[in-house]
Each structure stands twice: as structure tokens, then as C-alpha cells.
Write a protein that binds this ligand. Structure first.
Ligand SMILES: [Zn+2]
Length: 343
């Protein structure tokens, strides 16, 4: 069985790694260590989802510039899934979603990999941790936090973007590592977005310059903090389509059909106002399901309305991670419902 591989220094090939050549050098989840001037250690992780490239490029570019600079901290770099990265897939058959494996119990081999990583990294004096991701839909840049203490929010403030707060799932990497040091996840737009890479590098530079959590707590978080309170779930039997808002196309109301408007991604981290039309639904309304911490039916009534097959927003809410990727929409959800927190 393959284990987590550990490099005690950064090998030259690290800076040349890409989706094509990665399996020439790595097989499984891999940790690299770079010893800086200080023992204080920054943990940078990426590639927990194999179809996301911004994190590796940002870390390569940043480390190359930073290595050899005086007064630098040490670094641990986690590359989460070389095999899936090579195939440009979120995960490959037989694997679990590697941003959902960070927990104390679990018998899958991916849980064993996660335990190996945790057992290793906790031996270092971690000062903060950054996990880098991309989205499948068009989202503004944003970050995720799993705690609302001043150090975590101070660290998150350096990304200059809205934050999404979640505690569930509690087995995401950043949630778990947040037990040991301030921890944040950067969502750097869609894979291949150069500006997202630059934004991550700027974040590394600023957070390392601040040199530690005590300085983070003096930073004020000035953007919005959102909390997710539900998901727009779709049954796998539902036929999903995307249509233009002014489409005259005749929809075939046979079976369970949802036709969403093409432009809904523009509402990511924005308010979906009362009366806004999302598209059309045909068939059993139960095919469009919302799940929340509240009573499901009540929730349906509160936020969404089916009026003569038109899907209409009944009361204002914020949306996140609206996706036009039908596979993702069915496997996870079409979007998340958010509320704004007063912090
Ligand atoms: Zn991801």
C-alpha cells in the first residue's frame, strides 16, 4: 500500500511539476518540508481536488522567490492527490473526496493517509495554514473559515474578499487543522485563472510578513462573512437544463424537468432578491429539494416558490457555489443558501 511520501527539503523537480509530468515524480499524497531561518512553520496545502491547478502554481511561484530570503519561516507543503491531478479529476474511482477525510475515525485508505499527514505536521510549530482551491462555477474570489476568532479572521482579512463560514463538514482539511493554528481556505476562481494565482501569492507574502498569529488578531476583517444554512438539492432522476432568460423555446413538461436560467452564476455571494425568477420546474415539485437545519417544508415555503411552474424567490437570500456543472449539481447541490453574519 502506498503511504504518504515525505521530502525533507524541496527537490528541484517540485518547481517543474504540472498535470502532465506529476506521476513521473510522485505517486500518492506528498509532504515537502523547507527549512527556513525560523522554526515557525507555515503549512500550505493544495491538490486535495485533482481538477484544481491554481494552488500548485501559486506555491511554486511564491516559494521560488522566497527561498533564501532572510528571516523566512519554514514551510510544509501538502500535495493532496497527484493521481487525480494527472487526470484533471476531482477524485478518481476508489478514492474519497480528499477534502472530506480529515477525521479521527474511518477505515478507508484515504483516512489512513490523512492520519499520517496529521501525525507528521503536528510535530512542527505551525503558525498558520492555507488550503488553496478552485471552483467549478463562476464565483467571486472568496475564502472559507471554520472559526470566527480574531486570529482566524485577521488571517482571512489579508485575502481582501468575502468569507464563507462553515463548521459542517467538520472533516475538511482546514477545519481539522484549525485545531492547531489559524487556518483559512482560499477559493481562487476557476482553475487556470491567472489573477487568482496572483491573489494567492499576494496573500502568502502578506501573511508571512506579519510573521505570526499575534499580529493577525490586530487586523480587522472588513468584508462580509456568510454562513451557509441550506442546500438546493436535486434528485438524480431530475433532468436539468440551462436556458436563456428570454428563450422562446418550448419546454417539454414531461417528467421531472428543471430549466434554470443561464445567468444564475452572477448571484454568487450576492443577494437573490424577492421576486427574482430562477427558471421553470415541471413534474413533482418534490424533485426540487432543499435541505437545511430547519424543517424542510417550512424552508421551501420561506425561500422558494413554485408559481405555475415558475421558480421564484419568495424572500431575499444570498447564494454561493451556483454551478452549471450538472454532475456537481446532482452529486452535491445546485447552490448553497447563505445568510450574512454580524461579526
Ligand atoms: Zn477544491
Amino acid at each position: 500500500m502506498e503511504n504518504v511520501r515525505f521530502f525533507e527539503s524541496i527537490p528541484d523537480f517540485f518547481f517543474e511539476l504540472n498535470q502532465k509530468n506529476i506521476l513521473d515524480h510522485l505517486e500518492e499524497m506528498t509532504l515537502f518540508y523547507h527549512e527556513g531561518d525560523k522554526e515557525d512553520t507555515v503549512l500550505l496545502s493544495t491538490m486535495l481536488h485533482g481538477n484544481e491547478t491554481s494552488g500548485l502554481f501559486a506555491i511554486q511561484k511564491y516559494l521560488k522567490n522566497m527561498m533564501g530570503m532572510e528571516g523566512s519561516p519554514s514551510f510544509l507543503i501538502l500535495l493532496g492527490n497527484p493521481k487525480a491531478f494527472h487526470e484533471n479529476k476531482r477524485l478518481i474511482p476508489g478514492q474519497l473526496d480528499r477534502n472530506r477525510i480529515w477525521q479521527l475515525h474511518g477505515g478507508h485508505r484515504d483516512h489512513k493517509l490523512s492520519k499520517e499527514v496529521i501525525n507528521k505536521v503536528v510535530n512542527y510549530p505551525l503558525i498558520f495554514s492555507v488550503d488553496i482551491h478552485n471552483n467549478t462555477g463562476k464565483n467571486p474570489y472568496f475564502c472559507c473559515v471554520n472559526r470566527l476568532d480574531r486570529k482566524t479572521l485577521g488571517l482571512a482579512s489579508l485575502f481582501n474578499a468575502d468569507a464563507l463560514f462553515f463548521e459542517d463538514p467538520d472533516n475538511a482539511f482546514s477545519t481539522y487543522i484549525g485545531r492547531f493554528c489559524p487556518s483559512v481556505t482560499l477559493e481562487c476562481g476557476m482553475s487556470g485563472d491567472d489573477f487568482g494565482v496572483e491573489k494567492a501569492i499576494k496573500f502568502f507574502e502578506e501573511s508571512v510578513n506579519l510573521s505570526g498569529p499575534t499580529e493577525f488578531q490586530d487586523k480587522k476583517f472588513k468584508n462580509n462573512v456568510f454562513k451557509s444554512f441550506g442546500k438546493f438539492k436535486l434528485k438524480s432522476s431530475t433532468s436539468i437544463r440551462f436556458i436563456d432568460r428570454d428563450s422562446k423555446e418550448k419546454l417539454d413538461p414531461q417528467g421531472n424537468v428543471v430549466a434554470f436560467f443561464n445567468d444564475l452564476e452572477k448571484f454568487n455571494l450576492k443577494i437573490l432578491p424577492k421576486g427574482e425568477k430562477l427558471g421553470y420546474i415541471f413534474g413533482d415539485v418534490g424533485q426540487v429539494k432543499t435541505v437545511s437545519e430547519f424543517d424542510e417544508d417550512l424552508f421551501d415555503d420561506l425561500f422558494l416558490l413554485n408559481k405555475n411552474s415558475e421558480l421564484i424567490v419568495r424572500d431575499d437570500f444570498y447564494a454561493a457555489m451556483v454551478t452549471k456543472d450538472i454532475e456537481v449539481a446532482k452529486a452535491d447541490c445546485f447552490f448553497y443558501f447563505l445568510k450574512k453574519l454580524n461579526i
